[in-house]
Design a protein around this ligand. Sequence first.
Ligand code: SAM
Length: 229
Amino acid sequence: MPLLSRRFERIKSVLNRRMSNLTILIEEVEKPHNLSAILRTCDAVGVLEAHAIFKQGTIPTFNSTAQGSQKWVNLRKHENIEMAIKFLKKKGFKLYGTSLNTNAKDYRLLDYSQSTAFLMGAEKWGLSDSALKLVDESIFIPMRGMVQSLNVSVASATLLFEALRQRESHGMVPNSGEGVNETLYDQTLFEWSYPEVAKWCRSQGRHYPKLGSNGVILESLPRTEKFRC
Ligand code: SAM
């Protein structure tokens, strides 16, 4: 099989297993290795898009822990936690805020098979009170040791894999692209296959060209563009 087709098949097989109804919202997580590890877990579980609030003026950076997963999981940035929560609620997500407070529920007792967003807090402070006021449920992962909390990326992985486990046990994990609507699927397939061309199309305000079943671009485009897959 030619290289382009092989890569295209690989991209499609990963996208076919993505879920647009499982996500994570991180509030002011600062350390590049934590951010990287969270996105790597999102990629492994099949999260299509993650969400984040960053402290004003801070630019999120990734380190080698990400292993390039930031290319495969879109990280949508929001201005503040209220706007992020409003965005997710409008999309029908049930919001689970992580908290070490005594009123939080053991995460194993809840069902994550419907649209689910886990809210994760900053390394030092945890999730803000304003976020916790707006969530549907507060959850915690029981701890049995001397230390009170987990690293935020470890807690994220625990929750996301629990959601995946539950969905698998109900036969609800997508395998053929059914976890993402058609328009978003085609858009993501193009962006993953031809990131440079996608960027150029956006800068020109033009739609993405159609792709053939083997991943070949079906429209003629200016030669000056780099059309690397
Ligand atoms: N002192 C902070 C607090 O009181 O929340 C600890 C923050 S913890 C290091 C960073 C984030 O990891 C938390 O906001 C939460 O999202 C997640 N986390 C850590 N341990 C957790 C646990 N046992 N259950 C649920 N989430 C946890």
